[in-house]
Ligand binder design. Sequence first.
Ligand SMILES: [Zn+2]
Ligand SMILES: [Zn+2]
Length: 158
Amino acid sequence: MKAPSDFQLQADLRRPGRRVTNQRWLILEVVRGTDSHPTAEWVYQKVRRRLPRISLGTVYRNLKLLAEEGLIQELESRGFGRYDGNTARHDHFTCQRCGRIFDLEVRVDPSLGRRIGARTGFTITHHRIEFYGLCASCVLAAGHAKGGETSKRARHRP
Ligand SMILES: [Zn+2]
Ligand SMILES: [Zn+2]
């Protein structure tokens, strides 16, 4: 799915009106160049450094198109648009304190869909599982803010 779209984009680049396609290439490059799962606004700020006249609306439109073409992923976690340059199947962890989204190296049991299918009779084509909580640096920050309360509590655990 990824290869033909890349090919299509390259074909577009050779056509007249390449200014538009250059914008799209640059946006794609910016999203693929980070693992921070950026917002449209973040991408806009980066792209603006090289294309000062580009508008947020144009960036937003191009992000939508790139996502439709399967060149990037649009994440729906936390109710606002976040984009992912990594189009391989992977799950995410969202920190509820700092809002950072992390890629998970750990794969969710791939037999999950099959097992649910066997129980329900549903044909499951894919799934999306989101993990939420506190990232390592937020756990640390919370511990410091409470003046070591976390470590005191930990001592009571068996
Ligand atoms: Zn965090
Ligand atoms: Zn990701």
